[in-house]
Write a protein that binds this ligand. Sequence first.
Ligand SMILES: *Cc1c(COP(=O)(O)O)cnc(C)c1O
Length: 477
Amino acid sequence: MRWDEFSEWGKRISEWTQHYHQTVGQHPVRARTEPGEVLNALPAKAPEQGEPIEGIFRDFERVVMPGITHWQHPRFFAYFNSNASAPSVLAEFLASAIAPQCMLWQTSPAATEMETRMMDWLRQALDLPEGFAGVIQDSASSATLAAVLTMREKALNWQGNRQGLFGQTPLRVYCSSEVHTSVDRAIWVAGIGQDNLVRVPIKGDWRGMDPAALEAAIRADLDAGLHPAGVILCVGGTGTGATDPVDECLEVAQKYGLYTHVDAAWAGSAMICPEYRHYWPGVDQADSIVFNPHKWLGVQFDCCAHFLKNPDDLVQTLAISPEYLKTHGQDGIINYSEWSVPLGRRFRALKLWFVIRAYGLEGLRARLRNHVNWSRDLHDRLAAEPDFRIVTPPMWSLWTFRYEPADAAGLDDLNLRLVNAINDDGRIYLTQTRVDGDMVIRFQAGQFETTEDDVRMAFDVITQIARTLPTPPQEDR
Ligand SMILES: *Cc1c(COP(=O)(O)O)cnc(C)c1O
């Protein structure tokens, strides 16, 4: 393909994009493809000769689109949303057009300096104090890994990278049972080992870590001659929105000099609204905080905001400066590749700039508030139905429920069948999780184009399908 054909295709694809987003609500949310269907539709061998874009695009519509689960669907209530708002898609188009590698200041000064400015806009939007510095990571998993490596190096007096962990007193990291699996992976990859990730019991409606139990765990480890290194807190956990008592847990961590990381991957976006900040009191005492604008802030994947009270700790952990990467004679510049595990970095700040300017913080807040309020209305309606039980209360726009008709047995199986039947129906998309061993169904709202009617439709779909589902009576068990 030659560049002089580009603008025609660019126009066609941008028209296609607008049409797709305007009509995506007419499709079943979840793909209806059988395993292997797409694989088998793709030729086993790469073509030897080039082909015109026309045919490639036709196959994209024919082969690819039927196998897509529509994450931009207004009734995508599963997992957490991964919004691609219109301005962020435009910004990504531009970023991919210029395609700079933004590892050093000099490899694109505008990208570095915009990243600094955008992260400070976000810092202020979250009302974090001055002094927190930000970096854009590819994912919350990467930010958590960077934080765990930092807690490891700090605890080892910066000797871990050099000496490895062999022969060291085992390092201990503390979290609740509700944290995301990215925490486990970070612990594996950092060489700390799953056995040294201490699960502190939870308590209360927010399903947060018990601070007294945290302190008891740290003391027990110290008595046993182990080496406490850090605490990972959860604000808005993936299953049920579990949220630790941030101020009390940070106080315990500080008392023992431990490095702290707060994973607010989903809920952090909501903190642009002052009324939700009571969920993380005292968060300004944390060393590291992560949230994903690519979830609930309308910024297309990937874009992860990572704030650090003292970025020097992170840079001391991750920076490597071989001669060819040194930038000589540049004072006061930031090379963000020293703040992250990957070296190469995309120009992600551009889409933050487009999105924040296009909506304004007020426009973004209005969307988040709608999602929370509509989700709570749905919660109230379902709570009033005698055959449904609310299992965990709304945390922002997320809550869980269970279908428990009188005299029915095998409720785990029934609820799993219910969520599958709902997703096969296609009007809405939900996912399940376990709460204290029970299979429950999650609801969360957060799609940028979702309307109050879309959320209301979820009530009809859930109740209609539940009540037509065959339920085995008790004695059939
Ligand atoms: C989504 C999520 C993550 C993982 O985010 P990635 O950016 O996909 O790595 C981590 N923690 C929580 C609480 C999440 O909801």
